[in-house]
Design a protein around this ligand. Structure first.
Ligand code: C5P
Length: 230
């Protein structure tokens, strides 16, 4: 059973980030970095982290196909094992990305993760061009398009994963917006507990603030890791 826990390393300081990763490494299976760390420290932080755990670059590319392909290839070349792209980039880009993913996998394992609808969105905060359909309908439609283009890994809320799993069996589902009930949701709107996320069909959970802002990050990571039931 493949179950992952990605630590979202949304921090500013490299030394602090590395110290945290070393402390919790036993209780995570991967590390997610976004522009906050990536722009500041560049390829070096990716290769450094990749020596500890597989790295997931979360820059959520959304651009013309040529730029998206170059961005994904560059993420792979830096040493990442995962990177995110927006499903809304459309079928032309998505098909080319599926071909690129297949090509890169000849060298080493690499997943292009397709972001459906951000977990910080709810009905009230959706952008104007997206308010006509429900979030569930949009997630389904975007996943359907990306699946048709050949992509098999998705980022969605755990609230949508059950339906997606039924429609797209055998895919890899990454779910952010994970919280124990007693924890603050922050800006996340569609939150689910870690065990529930896996019960609903998640392949991976992404957890940031509940671990790196905890008074005891090792204890917090351990609690989330135990939810993987490995
Ligand atoms: O701190 P928290 O656990 O809310 O962090 C969640 C992480 O997952 C953040 O880095 C956020 O950018 C990312 N993410 C998300 N929702 C998505 C895709 C990625 O929260 N749909």
């Amino acid at each position: 059973m493949s179950r992952d826990l990605f630590l979202a390393l949304d921090l500013d300081d490299k030394a602090q980030a590395l110290e945290l990763v070393h402390k919790v490494s036993e209780f995570i299976t991967g590390i997610k970095i976004g522009p906050r760390m990536g722009f500041k420290y560049g390829a070096d932080i990716v290769s450094e982290l990749a020596k500890i755990k597989p790295v997931f670059i979360d820059n959520k590319y959304f651009d013309i196909p040529n730029t998206m392909l170059a961005s994904v290839r560059s993420s792979f070349n830096m040493g990442a094992s995962f990177c995110t792209v927006h499903a809304q980039s459309g079928p032309e880009a998505l098909k080319k990305l599926a071909d690129l993913e297949a090509e890169l996998n000849k060298t080493r394992a690499f997943k292009v993760l397709v972001v459906t609808v951000l977990t910080s969105f709810n009905k009230e905060t959706m952008p104007v061009n997206c308010i006509k359909a429900s979030i569930t309908e949009q997630v389904q439609a975007l996943a359907h398009e990306a699946y048709g283009c050949g992509l098999r890994s998705f980022v969605c809320s755990a609230l949508e994963v059950e339906a997606l799993k039924n429609n797209f069996p055998g895919c890899y589902f990454v779910t952010p917006g994970i919280r124990f009930p007693e924890e603050s949701a922050g800006d996340q709107k569609r939150v689910v507990g870690p065990k529930q996320a896996f019960n609903l069909g998640a392949s991976a959970i992404v957890v940031g603030r509940p671990i790196y802002e905890a008074s005891d990050p090792v204890e917090a990571a351990k609690k989330y890791y135990e939810a993987l039931g490995l």
